[in-house]
Ligand binder design. Sequence first.
Ligand SMILES: Cc1cc2nc3c(=O)[nH]c(=O)nc-3n(C[C@H](O)[C@H](O)[C@H](O)COP(=O)(O)OP(=O)(O)OC[C@H]3O[C@@H](n4cnc5c(N)ncnc54)[C@H](O)[C@@H]3O)c2cc1C
Ligand SMILES: NC(=O)c1ccc[n+]([C@@H]2O[C@H](COP(=O)([O-])OP(=O)(O)OC[C@H]3O[C@@H](n4cnc5c(N)ncnc54)[C@H](OP(=O)(O)O)[C@@H]3O)[C@@H](O)[C@H]2O)c1
Ligand code: SF4
Ligand code: SF4
Length: 482
Amino acid sequence: MAYAITQTCCNDASCVSVCPVNCIHPTPDEPDFGTTEMLYIDPATCIDCGACADACPVDAVRPADLLSGPERVYSELNRAHFADESPGTVWGAPRFPRSLPSAASAPRVAVVGTGPAAGYTVQSLLRSTDAEITVLDRAPLAGGLVRFGVAPDHPATKRIGDTFAGALRHPRVRVRLGVEIGGNLSHAELAAHHHAVIYAVGAEASKDLGIPGESLPGSLAATTVVRWYNGSPEVPEDAVDLAGERAVIVGNGNVALDIARILLSDPDELSDTPIAGRALAALRASKVREVVLLGRRGPEHAAYTRSEFLAMRELRGVTVHVDERGGESTAADPDSKAALLRGLPSGPVDLGFPPPEGKRLLLRFGSAPSAVLGEHGVRAVRVDGEDVPAGLFIRSIGCRGVPVPGVPFDAASGVIPNERGRVDAPGTYVVGWAKRGAHGGIGANRGCAAETVDTLIDDIVAGRLAEPARGPKDFERLLRGR
Ligand SMILES: Cc1cc2nc3c(=O)[nH]c(=O)nc-3n(C[C@H](O)[C@H](O)[C@H](O)COP(=O)(O)OP(=O)(O)OC[C@H]3O[C@@H](n4cnc5c(N)ncnc54)[C@H](O)[C@@H]3O)c2cc1C
Ligand SMILES: NC(=O)c1ccc[n+]([C@@H]2O[C@H](COP(=O)([O-])OP(=O)(O)OC[C@H]3O[C@@H](n4cnc5c(N)ncnc54)[C@H](OP(=O)(O)O)[C@@H]3O)[C@@H](O)[C@H]2O)c1
Ligand code: SF4
Ligand code: SF4
């Protein structure tokens, strides 16, 4: 028996460093780590010690023989990843992060944000330095997108929030919520009280399509919808109207799939998840029977990951139909994402008609909307010259960063410009989506945090950080005053 990695893997590589035979790949220092959708266990080398299963924060590692139902496919997916390795491969030892030499005095570090990038940064600072850490977030609850982004029907992924919460309870960490840097506290004030400030502020602005009708009621950004079903206090109770039979979503990334899945799921199956009560009530009364997912490129370039698409195919009571206008589902290359469409019902669909009985996810590729139509709300979406009746239009085309006043910002790319996490402002660093743009799952932030902390350690060792003008007590007084 060997262990296998399954759907919920978020690539954070926590398992890699505990495996005694280094059979989990790609490791963060292997070239394909940056592009892989998940990690895999080499079944020929695994010695079944179970250490990886204990280390995994999202419960993704299981004994391969015990996988059942839709998860059984992961036994083969793990094995197939190593098909080109010669038998008896002995994997080299993994590398471990370095630590701040103990002679260096403990720095005072502020981390802005409580999402995954902040969580991994705090873990890394605690492990590699003696830093005293202040964590701040403008939100009243910690967690960033783990709390207000990750879909409620992904409980194992949400559980990574418990791991981060553990780090935030460490005696060397103080958490201050409801503090917005650039709002009720300035960057200069924060910097004056700390040796270093690390921004982990994510990428919170939704991108727009720039088409007519985009601002009509019923035309929403994906971030509004996900915050609504995750219970964010920043989104009104009635933000999402489910009175129409069809919803159109632009973009086919994992966020689009999350929303489609929640809109089409049986509400009873969502009732024991952390979904917001208002969303569950609206879903029980929902008239939505069809979600149309528009991808502007072909299925081989779909932005969703294989694991999320495979889960979508298994959704009970929902038909996934390919609006096959150009032979999309017959791709020859089994490694192409287009091959994921094999075996699905397909054929051209006339979207001018109301959706058929039952619930359906309709995938249309090579297609983009040119206008949202309606007088007081969304009535239809113009797609490829055709008016498609719909009551809800969602743009799920990614996010971009929001500038923090006083901190450098590149408006073109929407990130805080940096070199290995170092920002061109004294004692200022960046991590996560604010550093790399809105790409990559939770786990991608772990290596990103290690890099930023490594850069910070370089600067401490080189004596490049100035002593803060004011102390921790002054800082607490300042916060209380606000
Ligand atoms: C809808 C959605 C679902 C996702 N689901 C998954 C999933 O299931 N699995 C997966 O692997 N990945 C998922 N991801 C990707 C994952 O969430 C990101 O990789 C990750 O959240 C990025 O982390 P971050 O810390 O950089 O940003 P965030 O998680 O956005 O955290 C940023 C934090 O900074 C705070 N902040 C912002 N500005 C300020 C300020 N000026 N002052 C103080 N605080 C501030 C915010 O309140 C927030 O708490 C999802 C992404 C989205 C959008
Ligand atoms: N379960 C999970 O693991 C999970 C869940 C949610 C999110 N995430 C991760 O979070 C990150 C962000 O996800 P995301 O779905 O927001 O973004 P994404 O993966 O970048 O997908 C964005 C989609 O929008 C399309 N798009 C962009 N601009 C467009 C335009 N102007 N017109 C039409 N279509 C446009 C893209 O098409 P092109 O491909 O043609 O650019 C793509 O299909 C991803 O790394 C994702 O994997 C992971
Ligand atoms: S069970 Fe043990 S040997 Fe096998 S992959 Fe996990 S940590 Fe490595
Ligand atoms: S989520 Fe992290 S620890 Fe779990 S299997 Fe994936 S890479 Fe390993």
